[in-house]
Design a protein around this ligand. Structure first.
Ligand code: ZN
Ligand code: ZN
Length: 417
């Protein structure tokens, strides 16, 4: 990239006009869209800027931003000025696009493919209850509203009398039961030439507190890409440090929840690794099978060996040398060993083992950068939130042994991935 001007502002204008073609928006909250909106009125580039996101995100822009009230309609829909064009992305990827590892990825600009997944980012804070939620113990205005609706409640009295009982006594609790989970999203962004990817979150809440937990689906999509070394980094929010209580998360993460989510990811990665065709482990299994059958003359040989050996490889020993020699020659398991019953007993023994004690599970996320974004500034003296968050993540990592590298991003930072 060539820099043409001594003026940072001119360079910024040039980059925006000529180099940035498409904006990937995770959700339409103001802190995520204001810069884009303000700059749409600047000098236009050669063609309309593309605004990409979930259909619900695009709909929010149409209805609430580019509506000739909050901002002129600069879009190319509804007789707008045509400086912005909307791209409604298919959630979970576009099945007809791409092939191989790039299947489902939409080429969003030259050489870059994207795949979008929706995630949960809190739920609405109106006064109606949310099924299965802890909404009745939520904060401030909500509780006061609930109190006002109850016969004995009055604004200001909620702290003393406690919101949960007030809420139960309120007529609002019978009105309707609905889940109004707020949608955000995460993008896999793929360099088509190398297959290298990053996973970019906007705002997201933990599965463990969500009314609509969806992060696990993303971890399952990410796992094979980590297992094969193609996913270089995950950019994920951590808005607050661990002192933030659950009823004040507002659909965000804290270090303990980042770790919890990374542990869920680590588990899926281990499963993906075990599913990978691995020449070394296949060889090892065959070697163990041979050793077990060779030692079968003395029945005690297999029993005395306390290495964790799969039922498949111990079984030939029980059958004796004459029946295993065939298997040894063919290099494959005998049909008898491949019966469903045998497979089920194998599965059972594998899954019954406590996976966290498997040494392979330690450092499951090795090589992965976890870049923390969206740290909310406290604007007070004392430790910077970014320092507290990093310290809390690193402290938790000592126990979790995930093996990933935590980085708290800063403005203007670059990453070589
Ligand atoms: Zn948000
Ligand atoms: Zn935000």
């Amino acid at each position: 990239m060539e820099i043409h001007s001594a003026s940072a502002a001119t360079n910024a204008g040039s980059v925006t006009r000529h180099l940035i073609d498409t904006f990937l928006i995770t959700h339409p909250h103001l802190d995520h869209i204001s810069g884009f909106i303000i700059n749409t009125a600047g000098p236009p580039g050669a063609r309309p800027k593309r605004l990409a996101g979930l259909p619900s995100t695009i709909s929010a822009f149409k209805q609430h931003i580019f509506n000739n009230v909050i901002w002129p309609n600069l879009s190319d829909e509804n007789n707008g000025a045509g400086l912005v064009t909307y791209m409604r992305l298919v959630e979970g990827g576009s099945p007809a696009l791409g092939e191989g590892d790039g299947k489902g990825y939409l080429e969003i600009s030259d050489g870059l493919g994207v795949k979008l997944f929706s995630v949960s980012h809190g739920h609405c804070i109106e006064r109606h209850p949310h099924r299965g939620s802890s909404a009745s113990s939520r904060y401030g205005s909500f509780d006061i509203s609930a109190a006002a609706a109850s016969p004995r409640g009055a604004p200001g009295s909620t702290a003393a009398s406690g919101p949960p009982s007030l809420f139960r006594s309120s007529a609002a609790s019978q009105e309707k039961e609905s889940i109004c989970v707020y949608d955000s999203s995460a993008y896999f962004i793929r360099d088509n030439a190398t297959g290298r990817e990053v996973l970019m979150f906007g705002d997201v809440e933990p599965d463990s507190v969500s009314l609509s937990p969806r992060n696990l689906g993303i971890w399952q999509a990410a796992a094979p890409r980590i297992a094969n070394g193609n996913l270089a980094a995950i950019f994920i929010e951590c808005s607050y440090d661990n002192s933030q209580t659950d009823d004040r998360l507002f659909g965000h993460l804290t270090p303990r929840y980042v770790i919890q989510e990374m542990e869920a990811l680590a588990t899926t990665v281990e499963i993906a690794r075990q599913a990978l065709p691995n020449l070394e482990s296949t060889k090892k299994r065959k070697r163990e099978a041979r050793e077990a059958s060779n030692g079968a003359n003395g029945a005690g040989a297999a029993q005395g060996d306390d290495r964790p050996v799969s039922p498949k490889s111990t079984r030939p020993a029980k059958k004796g040398p004459s029946s295993t020699s065939g298997a040894e020659h063919s290099g494959i398991d005998t049909p008898h060993l491949a019966t469903p019953t045998e497979e089920m007993s194998l599965d059972f023994e594998v899954s019954a083992a406590p996976i966290v004690q498997d040494p392979q599970f330690t450092n499951a996320l090795r090589g992965l950068k976890v870049v923390i974004i969206h740290v909310k500034e406290k604007l007070v003296d004392g430790d910077a939130p970014r320092d507290t968050i990093l310290a809390q993540l690193q402290e938790a990592e000592k126990e979790a042994q995930l093996g990933c590298e935590f980085i708290v991003s800063s403005s203007g930072q670059s990453f070589l991935l």
